[in-house]
Write a protein that binds this ligand. Structure first.
Ligand SMILES: NC(=O)c1ccc[n+]([C@@H]2O[C@H](COP(=O)([O-])OP(=O)(O)OC[C@H]3O[C@@H](n4cnc5c(N)ncnc54)[C@H](O)[C@@H]3O)[C@@H](O)[C@H]2O)c1
Length: 334
């Protein structure tokens, strides 16, 4: 079977995990690594390294990972699309929805496979919640609540907590609900500056689902939950503990669409199937898609751009104090 030739540009926290994941994945050759910082390159003795993308583009790659700061995603992505090289682009896809749509257009025009690093879909508790929710096991989704809190890394210097963390959860909300976000209200505060360090938002999805999002990097412990309210009760995916818990609704079942009321029921832990780490799932899906397998589970660039558009609306709402509609991608002129 053909082995895929891969490379990573940007050897910081995310890029290092991508490089280690690719080096360990069957059917993949990690051909080269690039970073302008010599110290970052020095962390990979024995690997071919380069200071930038031009050298990687001479290596006949089957795909390249972009794990550089968000502000640099677009130029690298457009260069890869232009070269016909498939790409895994870290989240957020780009700093603006426009830039995200330009990247999506470039890969669509070139007919080249690309995906965006919304790896939280592949967290075991979240993937199992999605599988069961999408199978209709819990009935209609009423609302979602997400919390993504932790210490201040000091690494992310080009965007605030919304584009760094909330972007994960606005992607999860649209994916779990199967509905795009229509509008957002939000409030944010900046402590370290210049960007927001804490943000709280309420999104209204097109089908009526509400999503409450909170994220900050001013919490001295890591807390990450995605909670789904349904007629069957509340499902809580905790990606730090690695658990999925069901608080059942003891109220008598009713016909679909009829509100049955909510009474405290049992609490049960849902068993999770063994699952690889989220980055390993991403690369396995990319490998299989490039080897002609199904690409259905790949997060699309349109999804990535939509998550950025929601986050932009969220920041507008926080700045104006008014609800902000989420901009939709304008169809390309005929
Ligand atoms: N999916 C996830 O869970 C996840 C986790 C962490 C980071 N990320 C994303 O990955 C990207 C990188 O974040 P990080 O936390 O690894 O940051 P980081 O600061 O740890 O690493 C960034 C690396 O990029 C290099 N770099 C800087 N400018 C560059 C340029 N112009 N060209 C090439 N390389 C350049 C730096 O030298 C550094 O080694 C961001 O977009 C971030 O949002 C995603």
């Amino acid at each position: 079977m053909k082995r895929l030739r891969t490379a990573v540009i940007g050897l910081g926290r995310a890029g290092t995990v991508h490089a280690r994941t690719l080096a360990a994945l069957p059917g993949i050759d990690l051909v080269a690594l690039a970073d302008p910082d010599p110290a970052a390159r020095a962390a990979f003795p024995g690997h071919r390294t380069a200071s930038g993308l031009p050298e990687l583009l001479t290596l006949d790659l089957d795909y390249c990972v972009i794990a550089t700061p968000t502000a640099t995603h677009e130029p690298y992505a457009l260069a890869l699309a232009d070269a016909g090289t498939p790409a895994l682009i870290e989240k957020p896809l780009a700093p603006t929805a426009e830039a995200g749509w330009r990247i999506a257009d470039a890969f669509a025009r070139a007919g080249v496979v690309a995906t965006v690093g919304h790896c939280e879909r592949h967290q075991a508790p979240v993937a199992e919640l999605a599988r069961r929710l999408h199978a209709g096991e819990f009935g209609e989704l009423w609302q979602l609540t997400t919390r993504r809190q932790g210490p201040y890394s000091g690494r992310i210097l080009d965007v605030g907590v919304a584009l760094d963390l909330v972007v994960h959860d606005v992607d999860l909300a649209a994916w779990l609900a199967g509905q795009p976000v229509a509008s957002v209200t939000a409030a944010a505060r900046s402590l370290a500056g210049p960007y927001e360090d804490t943000v709280t938002a309420v999104a209204r999805l097109h089908g009526g689902v509400l999503a409450h999002h909170h994220a900050d990097w001013i919490t001295p412990f890591t807390h990450r939950i995605i909670q789904a309210h349904t007629p069957a009760g509340v499902l809580t995916a905790d990606t730090v503990a690695g658990t999925l818990t069901h608080h059942t609704n003891a109220a008598a079942p009713a016909a679909p669409g009829v509100f049955r009321g909510v009474l405290a029921g049992q609490t049960r832990r849902i068993a999770l199937p063994e699952r690889e780490a989220p980055f390993a799932v991403e690369h396995r899906l990319m490998r299989d898609a490039l080897l002609g397998g199904a690409d259905g589970a790949l997060v699309t660039l349109d999804d990535g751009a939509a998550a950025v558009a929601v986050t932009e609306a969220l920041l507008t709402a926080a700045a104006t104090g008014r609800a902000a509609a989420v901009r939709r991608r304008q169809p390309a002129p005929a």
